[in-house]
Design a protein around this ligand. Structure first.
Ligand SMILES: [Zn+2]
Length: 168
């Protein structure tokens, strides 16, 4: 059983979603800083939605910056919502913490985006889990310990991978 290769359409959609995510982050930050705090009511859900689409098109490749970017898109709006409800913040009270935390998150999100963009979305080497990239060498199992995807240990053994040459 060979892994499904990543199609061109998927690669394009993946790039489009990365760009969309950047646009949403930049617009959300600009509106928050230069307009008013209530704009997060619109940009928050947009960021969350972009996170869902990004996670879907990216797939369960946990060893990839874009996975963590998608998680940030999902996490930040939820986190802000929890804070507002927990501390009963008015828009005025929420403003400063939102700008500080939002700017920090923005810097991290952009770093993940740039790193992820350069890595691209691709199929993994034959000795890696085709779903998450985990190195399937010297394992006493036929399931990926990271994500549970089944694989054929005999195929991995036949590859006779030189473990010295493996990346971290
Ligand atoms: Zn896996």
């Amino acid at each position: 059983m060979t892994a499904k290769p990543v199609t061109l359409q998927r690669t394009i959609f993946w790039r489009v979603m990365l760009i969309t995510s950047v646009v949403v982050w930049v617009v959300a930050w600009l509106l928050l800083v230069f307009l008013h705090t209530e704009t997060v009511l619109g940009t928050g859900p947009a960021m969350f939605l972009a996170g869902i689409l990004l996670a879907l098109v990216h797939g369960r490749r946990y060893h990839h910056p874009v996975w963590w970017l998608a998680m940030m898109n999902l996490f930040l709006p939820v986190f802000f919502t929890i804070l507002v409800n927990l501390y009963k913040w008015s828009p005025g009270e929420a403003r400063e913490p939102f700008i500080y935390m939002g700017s920090l998150a923005m810097a991290l999100a952009m770093a993940l985006t740039v790193k992820g963009w350069h890595m691209g979305i691709k199929t993994f080497e034959a000795w890696q889990c085709q779903q998450c990239g985990y190195a399937l060498i010297h394992l006493q199992t036929d399931q990926c310990p990271e994500c549970g995807r089944p694989f054929d240990p005999q195929v991995i053994q036949k590859l006779q991978v030189d473990t010295q040459s493996l990346p971290d």
